[in-house]
Design a protein around this ligand. Structure first.
Ligand code: HEC
Ligand code: HEC
Ligand code: HEC
Length: 148
């Protein structure tokens, strides 16, 4: 191949690559890819945790599943929280966009539960394990959360 032909070919490849990049940049955001397919059963199951978090996050025999213990398990350097802490306490730091340097629950709590082999498949947990709808206002809230 002559030098000139080679350069033309190289230019063509570059143009195609640039066009490809442009097309992918203009395409719809790829956020869909990250959504977990079929995280839980699609037919709303009965509410297995009428009292919310505490129905599952408690001591069971020699196992400590309290919320305080979960915090400590996930982060051994977690700020001290009382053993009796409820989600109302957690949300003071982990609620909304996150306060006091804490990640918002929104960024990890759903994932931890809705991809868990225990929460859904075994305990039959669902949105309604944690959330409740106020039938008058239509607002969805977290069971037991009054603080923001
Ligand atoms: C139906 C039972 C159930 C309910 C209700 C429930 N959880 Fe859990 N939770 C689990 C199970 C099971 C796991 C362990 C998931 C795994 O690792 O498979 C877990 C894990 C966690 C963890 C550890 C997550 C991590 O990243 O390490 C936290 C924190 C937690 N739950 C907080 C909560 C809060 C707050 C609520 C209420 C808003 C709640 N849970 C309601 C069953 C439940
Ligand atoms: C005084 C503020 C504060 C309170 C109250 C609090 N946390 Fe945290 N939590 C933090 C900070 C700061 C971190 C470290 C940064 C991070 O990972 O969010 C943390 C980390 C965590 C993590 C690890 C997150 C991860 O993905 O690495 C979990 C799980 C957790 N907290 C659960 C809880 C639970 C459950 C409660 C209620 C019992 C609670 N926290 C109460 C401030 C708080
Ligand atoms: C383990 C408990 C738990 C389960 C299960 C759960 N949620 Fe949540 N959800 C929460 C918590 C805690 C928050 C954060 C509340 C806050 O930041 O004040 C939240 C927040 C939300 C929000 C508000 C998001 C925002 O940015 O304001 C929506 C919407 C939501 N959940 C929908 C769902 C749906 C749909 C399901 C079932 C597929 C579900 N949740 C299952 C605990 C749970």
């Amino acid at each position: 191949m002559t030098n000139r032909k080679f350069r033309l070919l190289a230019m063509l490849i570059l143009c195609l690559a640039a066009a490809g990049l442009l097309a992918s940049a203009c395409a719809k955001p790829q956020i869909q890819e990250k959504i977990v397919e079929k995280p839980v059963a699609q037919i709303p199951p009965p509410d297995v945790a009428p009292n919310g978090c505490a129905d599952c996050h408690k001591k069971e025999g020699d196992k400590d599943y309290t919320l305080a213990a979960e915090a400590k398990k996930a982060n051994p350097n977690h700020v001290p929280v009382p053993a009796t802490a409820t989600v109302n306490d957690c949300i003071k730091c982990h609620g909304g966009a996150g306060k006091s340097g804490a990640k918002p629950f929104n960024t990890f709590l759903h994932k931890a539960h809705l991809t868990s082999q225990t929460f859904g498949p075994k305990l039959k947990g669902y949105c309604n394990s944690c959330h409740v709808m106020n039938a008058d206002t239509g607002y969805m809230t977290i069971k037991g959360v009054t603080a923001k």
